[in-house]
Every structure is written in structure tokens, then in C-alpha cells.
Write a protein that binds this ligand. Structure first.
Ligand SMILES: Cc1ncc(COP(=O)(O)O)c(C=O)c1O
Length: 340
């Protein structure tokens, strides 16, 4: 695959090469006019995100949320009907979703609540086959909040060298103790790290994320990604969000969420109907309840939405840490369960 060859864009020229309209609409208030196509890849944004995440611009591709990066990775590496991805369970359902669309099989390696959802790296390696092209690990993991130690990722990278891409999904890394693993992309060409602006930065609506890896792999993903993937309003809004002052304010918000997480987890653990609250390094945590269905229902009746999963997690709910007043509201609804 070669990257798409787009019409050349040069500032201050008469642009009659891309079938654009000369009409500039008064709608919106953007620095770049919307009658013109955006850059095929937003260069300035790529450099700003690379600087933020700690890699070079050539080692990073800006994507429409990290979800798009998951799709790109599976489409780039997995042949339909032939290859597979490997991932511990429970984990983020998007890996399954995009694997199914591509016709790639999913090899699941279960972790257990009784073992605090610890990933057994040897079991993960043993589950890989000659057709395993991508191993997805999420750290901290959604929905359990469990981080994966760096030494385990290194073992995966070494053992799967030349055989599988190892994707570390760091959507929630800012909320945890562990450093990002992006620094290892120089050393391990099979490492890909996913980052997003949807969580710590609070820009889920902008749909912006990134995948970092060796420049050769990034070139491949770049060739597969849609040309003009990032719209001008998104590019400008994220450029603004990456200004130092905005980043400092987002960092303060993350600290607030971490402290609220502790308060909420402690309060949750004090209810009799809560059997277990797992430690979490994310902006959510998982709790096991005596009657998860009843808690979900009472919360829903009071316009508080939580997440309930089926299968092995049917007695658990995942609670996202909200603002102090959101969290108070949740606790006041749970208090009514105690009273009844
Ligand atoms: C583990 C994980 N990875 C990736 C994503 C996707 O995030 P986005 O596409 O908004 O960047 C999510 C969203 O919830 C997630 O939980």
C-alpha cells in the first residue's frame, strides 16, 4: 500500500486543483477556511501530540479516537478468515468488534476475579498461534482498572518478536501510577501504544487519539487510514487543547478524579451489599455486589447510569468517577437501597 496522493496544498496560492468551492461560509469560526480540504495528515497536531506523548512525529499517527487505531491495526495485520488476534478477557470490547468486522478470529485468554484479573503472560503466550498477528493488552485495563507491569509487556514483546504486533492500549494511563510504555517503541519494533484524548483530556467528543510505534509500522498504518481523516474543526480544537495552560488545567482535573476515585471507592466498600471493590488505576472501578441488577435499576430510576456486563461479570458493575456532585448523587441513590 502506498499513501493516497492528494492534491498539493500550498498557502497563498490560487487553488484550482482539488475541486473545492471558492465560497467561504460564515458558519463556524475556524482559523482555516472550511471550503478547503484539511491536510491529509495534520502535521502540526502530529508534532504536538508526539511531544506530549514522548515519541518522534514519525513514530505517531493521529487517529479518530484510539478506536480508529484498533480498526487500522486489525485491518493492516490480519487477513480475513486466516489470522487472529489474542487478548485477555475481560477487556475492552472494541478489539472483538473490529476483529469480527475484519473476519479475524479472537483468541481469548480469561483472567479471574478471584485472582484480581491478573494477566498470566505465559498463558497469553501459550494461546498464540502461527496466525496470531496482534496481541492486545489494555493497561490499566477496562473494565477492571488493573495495570499490566512493564516487565510483562517486555516479555510479550520479546517472545512475539517478528511474529505479532503487541498493542498496549493506554487509554487510561494518566490516571495510574505506571509510566506510559511509549519510550519502548525505539527498542521494540513490534510494540504499538494507543493513546487517546477522550479520557484525561476530556475530549471524547472531538474523536482524537493516536497510535505510536516504529516509523515503519506507522507508515503502513498511514497508508491504510482514510485520507483527510481529521476534520478541520477537530484539528483546531485539539491544537487549542494542547496549549500549556489547557494541559495544566486538564492535569489538575485528573488529580481531582483520582482523589474522587478514592473517596467513592471507600464509600462504596462501606455498603453491606457491596462485596468487593477492586483497586483501580483508571477513571472508573469495578465492584461486585450481592444484586447488581437491583442496584442498576435503582440508579436508572434516579437517572444515574452505571455499566453492567454479562457473563463472568454479571454480579459486577463498573462505575465511572464523575464530578464530586455526580458522585454524591450516586451515593445518595445507593443510600436509599440501604434504607429499603
Ligand atoms: C481501553 C479503551 N481503549 C480505547 C478506547 C477508545 O477511546 P477513543 O476511541 O475515544 O479514543 C476506550 C474507550 O472507552 C477504552 O476504554
Amino acid at each position: 500500500m502506498r499513501p493516497y496522493e492528494a492534491a498539493v496544498q500550498v498557502d497563498d496560492t490560487v487553488r484550482l486543483n482539488a475541486n473545492e468551492s471558492p465560497r467561504i461560509s460564515p458558519i463556524g469560526n475556524f482559523r482555516r477556511p472550511l471550503n478547503r480540504y484539511p491536510e491529509v495528515r495534520p502535521q502540526k497536531l502530529q508534532e504536538a501530540l508526539a511531544a506530549r506523548f514522548g515519541c518522534s512525529a514519525e513514530q505517531l499517527l493521529v487517529t479518530r479516537g484510539s478506536s480508529e487505531a484498533i480498526d487500522l491495526l486489525i485491518r493492516t495485520f490480519c487477513a480475513a478468515g486466516k489470522d487472529n488476534i489474542v487478548t485477555p478477557t475481560p477487556s475492552f470490547s472494541m478489539y472483538w468488534h473490529y476483529a469480527r468486522i475484519q473476519g479475524a478470529a479472537v483468541i481469548e485468554v480469561p483472567t479471574s476475579a478471584d485472582n484480581d484479573f491478573t494477566i498470566d503472560i505465559d498463558a497469553l503466550l501459550a494461546a498464540c498461534t502461527d496466525a496470531s498477528r496482534v496481541v492486545f493488552v489494555c493497561s490499566p485495563n477496562n473494565p477492571t482498572g488493573t495495570p499490566l507491569p512493564r516487565a510483562d509487556v517486555v516479555k510479550l514483546l520479546r517472545e512475539r518478536d517478528q511474529r505479532s504486533a503487541v498493542v498496549v492500549d493506554e487509554a487510561y494511563v494518566e490516571f495510574g501510577e505506571q509510566e506510559s510504555m511509549i519510550d519502548m517503541v525505539n527498542e521494540y519494533p513490534n510494540l504499538l501504544v494507543l493513546r487517546t484524548l477522550s479520557k484525561a483530556l476530556g475530549f471524547a467528543g472531538a474523536r482524537c487519539g493516536a497510535v505510536a510505534g516504529s516509523s515503519d509500522v506507522i507508515k503502513l498504518l498511514n497508508a491504510v487510514q482514510s485520507p483527510y481523516a481529521l476534520a478541520t474543526p477537530v484539528v483546531e480544537c485539539v491544537e487549542d487543547a494542547l496549549q500549556a495552560e489547557q494541559l495544566a488545567s486538564a492535569d489538575t482535573a485528573v488529580k481531582g478524579i483520582i482523589s474522587e476515585r478514592q473517596r467513592l471507592m471507600t464509600a462504596m466498600a462501606s455498603y453491606e451489599f457491596v462485596h468487593k471493590v477492586w483497586p483501580s488505576e483508571a477513571n472508573f472501578f469495578l465492584a461486585r455486589l450481592s444484586d447488581a441488577g437491583a442496584v442498576m435499576q435503582r440508579c436508572e430510576e434516579n437517572s444515574v447510569l452505571l455499566r453492567h456486563f454479562g457473563g463472568d461479570l454479571s454480579d459486577c458493575i463498573r462505575i465511572t468517577v464523575g464530578s464530586p456532585s455526580d458522585n454524591d448523587r450516586l451515593l445518595s441513590v445507593l443510600d436509599t437501597l440501604v434504607e429499603s
